[in-house]
Design a protein. Structure first.
Length: 180
């Protein structure tokens, strides 16, 4: 696996290997299976970034489940715009349902806070969050994150679904911006 990759005009160095990610996702799948037991939650994947994480995680969950997708947009390049837009809404009725949001990364938490409000408006009975990455030093809200894959610093990351201006999602590991 390459230790350095170039995405657009920037160099990134490895932060988490494919093997580390796979082991943690398997562990999260067992934890989520134990929590939901034979209940049937709706797993709501936040596109596009969480799709790769979600596809691996759902295969690590032994319980019945339903999947749906939502698309939020809040980034342009490497910067948050500060505004969250829902560009695609889920299709299933979430009224009185247990919903597990699957997210690639939670940094400030603004997008997730927006989504939680929308799910409450839709009548979700219970909302939990599983995020592959979490930036505790950037997080500005108080809602709980039930399952965190890895806590990281405030570095900009790409790979395993995370992108830099549309590129890098297909990288098999997670890379951080190289500081020269």
């Amino acid at each position: 696996m390459n230790e350095l990759v170039k995405v657009h005009d920037r160099e990134f160095e490895i932060l988490l290997s494919r093997e580390e990610i796979a082991a943690r996702i398997d562990s999260m799948g067992r934890e989520i299976s134990a929590y939901y037991q034979m209940r049937k939650p709706v797993l709501l994947s936040v596109m596009h970034g969480a799709v790769i994480f979600a596809s691996d995680l759902v295969r690590a969950i032994d319980n019945p489940l339903e999947m749906d997708f939502v698309r939020l947009k809040s980034y342009s390049g490497m910067e948050s715009t500060g505004e969250v837009l829902m560009t695609q809404k889920w299709e299933k009725s979430l009224e009185n349902r247990e919903v597990l949001i699957l997210e690639d990364i939670i940094d400030s938490g603004t997008s997730m806070n927006f989504l939680i409000d929308k799910l409450r408006e839709a009548g979700a009975a219970d909302i939990k969050i599983a995020s592959l990455l979490f930036k505790p030093h950037a997080f500005r809200y108080e809602y709980p994150i039930a399952w965190k894959g890895f806590e990281i610093g405030n570095e900009f990351v790409v790979g395993f679904g995370l992108d830099y201006d549309g590129l890098g999602r297909n990288l098999p590991a997670i890379y951080q911006l190289k500081i020269s």
